[in-house]
Write a protein that binds this ligand. Structure first.
Ligand SMILES: [Mn+2]
Length: 316
């Protein structure tokens, strides 16, 4: 079976700071390229590592554009499907209540399947998922099945001083029940293997910032054959950084560069923050009136941002 591995996509309407191209169109073009590559290489299954969207509630224009695109792709060959987990960007402040998220709408349209803690089975292979913040499914390995994990978690190589991140090797060793681990969250590609077991991050679909790492990033996808364990990194056609980013004074502007790496650091730190916990602390520190607290918690319930309440929908 051939899989197409797709990294963090961060589909969004508005251009990130510093992008001077029509970002929506650029991203759409790239996504179409990904689907074409899946056809060329005969990959019936696309595995997407989370952060499919840049936010849990993108505009209807964005949502319908991608549902239609995938609908046509699946319609041309109904055995095709995209499997995905949720990244923190797909969720409301890390909440595992996914039924109000855009990715759940995409799943409900039948063109994508969210993978949870229980496996989805094919002939001779099993697919498991761990969305952001979820624990990795534990099971007794079966040597007759090829077990695949798709996970959104901080795995990679340090990007800045004191960056605490689990290395691909550590992660691969820690979860030896899997033959292939496909991961996202970290935006830069890597492939690491230990004997016949692989951990792969295909890298983000887009360059989102003017950080040093993003400017050097070459978006691409990975085609992986589970029968032969052969893989191929396929670069996407992209424009040179100078055509898509405003780099005027960039090289001399240390402040701007620092700001960009700081925002990268913050994005990473954000992944360990518990919003509800911080909010409660804020209420205490600022003597917030009960009336205001009620309004805020009702709003959070309404958007599905609280960790209690609606039953968790992943894990099917
Ligand atoms: Mn991401």
């Amino acid at each position: 079976m051939k899989l197409l591995l797709l990294g963090d996509a961060h589909l969004r309407m508005r251009s990130p700071a510093g992008r001077i191209d029509d970002f929506f169109q650029t991203q759409l073009r790239k996504f179409k390229q990904v689907l074409s590559i899946s056809e060329e290489h005969d990959c019936g299954i696309v595995l997407q590592v989370g952060d499919f969207f840049d936010s849990p509630n993108p505009s209807n224009v964005l949502l319908s554009t991608y549902i239609r695109l995938l609908y046509d792709w699946v319609g041309a060959n109904p055995t095709r499907l995209i499997y995905a987990v949720l990244g923190q960007h797909d969720m409301y402040m890390g909440s595992t209540n996914i039924d109000r998220t855009a990715l759940y709408v995409v799943e409900s349209s039948g063109v994508l399947s969210i993978i949870g803690g229980k496996w989805i089975c094919g002939g001779g292979w099993r697919l498991w998922g761990a969305s952001f913040g979820q624990s990795v499914p534990d099971f007794i390995p079966n040597k007759d099945t090829f077990d695949i994990l798709v996970v959104h978690a901080a795995i990679g190589y340090p990007l800045f001083h004191d960056h605490k991140i689990q290395s691909p090797r550590e992660f691969l060793d820690a979860y030896s029940q899997f033959d292939l681990i496909v991961c996202g969250d970290y935006h830069y590609p890597f492939i690491h293997h230990s004997d016949d077991r692989y951990i792969i991050n295909p890298g983000a679909l887009v360059r989102l910032s003017r950080s040093k790492n993003d400017l050097a990033h070459k978006p691409g996808v990975v085609v992986f054959d589970t029968d032969t364990l052969e893989y191929k990194q396929i670069p996407l056609e992209i424009e040179p950084v100078e055509s898509v980013f405003d780099l005027t004074n960039w090289k001399n502007d240390v402040q701007l560069q620092e700001k960009s790496s700081l925002s990268q650091a913050f994005q990473s730190a954000e992944s360990t923050v518990n919003f509800e916990h911080n909010l409660t602390n804020y209420f205490v520190d600022h003597n917030t009136s009960e009336e205001v607290q009620v309004v805020i918690s009702e709003t959070m319930d309404e958007i599905g941002a609280t960790s209690s309440g609606v039953e968790q929908k992943t894990g099917r």
